[in-house]
Write a protein that binds this ligand. Sequence first.
Ligand SMILES: C[S@@+](CC[C@H](N)C(=O)[O-])C[C@H]1O[C@@H](n2cnc3c(N)ncnc32)[C@H](O)[C@@H]1O
Ligand SMILES: [Zn+2]
Length: 279
Amino acid sequence: MGQLSKRAISIQTMKNNEPLFACPICAQAMTVSEEGKMSCASNHSFDIAKQGYINLMHRPAGSMYSKELFEARQQIIVSGLYDTMQQTIASLIEGEAPVILDTGCGEGSHLQRICTKLENSVGVGIDIAKEGILAAAKFYEGLIWCVGDLANSPYNAQSFDTILNILSPANYEEFKRLLKPGGKVIKVVPQAGYLKELRAQAFADSEKESYSNEQTVERFKESFDRVAVTRITYTMPLEVSLVPKLLEMTPMGWHIENHKAIEISEITIDLNILVGACS
Ligand SMILES: C[S@@+](CC[C@H](N)C(=O)[O-])C[C@H]1O[C@@H](n2cnc3c(N)ncnc32)[C@H](O)[C@@H]1O
Ligand SMILES: [Zn+2]
């Protein structure tokens, strides 16, 4: 038997998880055909792309995130800089065969690396930036990759055991709608030391030099039950070849004329992992 194409694998994976999806236009149930069309009873129809993702936006959205940015993010993540974060998140996900939605998943490496640590998980990534989802689908098979807007997400209520929201904008009302009763939100926000070596050189004396997320933490505590906050802080050596990637991986673009002037041999990760339950 020949190898299944990337598209065929995605059609199968989406078909197996059909009940998760709701039409982004009319909110009715969606079905996935053998030919790779996802459609509702009112015939709103979306094609599964040959690269293995589905675009569920009904009007295009602009994004400030480029292909180069997502490629840079991917190289940094795959280098292992976020492994401790991914391990901590995986250890917070309980239950058999958890269904996980990563909101603002970007190029998908965090979700893929978290899912490989869990048995029989179903991983679904959504991002408004098509370039991110394209990169995710290119590298990671067996997960469900969707271009979509969190403000109008293409999923049914009470579909997910865990919602991840890693360094991305959130939509708490939507998270509550999408979580199963007893489900969890895991949100990652930067803390004061996050990438401090880079910021010290890129923004000396500027207010961008430090992160403060007190308000985010407060709002999260108001929105969810039994909130727990875990801070993870560590410093890792950084290969010289990854320094430009670190500069490219955010749209604030550490806009520096001469990337070569930046010398960094180690880099600090300092993050709060917020976990909250949905009653
Ligand atoms: C800083 S990136 C983080 C990406 C990834 N979680 C990571 O840590 O590498 C923020 C992401 O949120 C996505 N995003 C912003 N607004 C969104 C929305 N309304 N719906 C879905 N994704 C959104 C962006 O396209 C971008 O990929
Ligand atoms: Zn519809």
